[in-house]
Design a protein around this ligand. Sequence first.
Ligand SMILES: [Zn+2]
Length: 187
Amino acid sequence: MGKLYFRYGCMNSSKSANLLMIKYNYEEQNLKVLLLKPSIDTREAVVKSRIGIESDCILFDENCDLIQLVKNQPETDVILVDEAQFCSEEQIDQLWRISVQKPVMCFGLLKDFQTKMFPGSKRLVELAESIQEIKTVCKCGRKATLNARFDQHGKMIKRGPQVVIGGNEQYRAVCKECYIQMMDVED
Ligand SMILES: [Zn+2]
């Protein structure tokens, strides 16, 4: 029997690097890894880490039935999901069911730029048997717990849609103190 795992962290907390190391370790044991990623903000079927390692993956859209997708890959021993915050709640339920048979490890953000949980991440917190934070620091040196969104001029964006596709926005992991300080700056 497997477990559903959720490894969450802020922007640039090396989630993808962690995922790719785990994939490497499984493959070293001759286990077959199925690497999946939601296609919501990308067309590139690759999981890339900032430190330079990458691996091909299978993209799926918001209507994909993950139970069926995994059934079509019967030799799979373990399932890894990158950017899991972009899964629908229904897809997290599907991964939870799959994890009865095989371990499923999901990596992603917990919260959006307005401190709200992504629906997929919220469902993962509800269902995962193992939840672990991948830690990172704010540029002030404190622990980062939030994700701030900035426009192309470096100005904090305070409101807007949860997911922006193909925009020029940038994200940075920040601590609570820095987040509130930036929020309180008059527009
Ligand atoms: Zn800070």
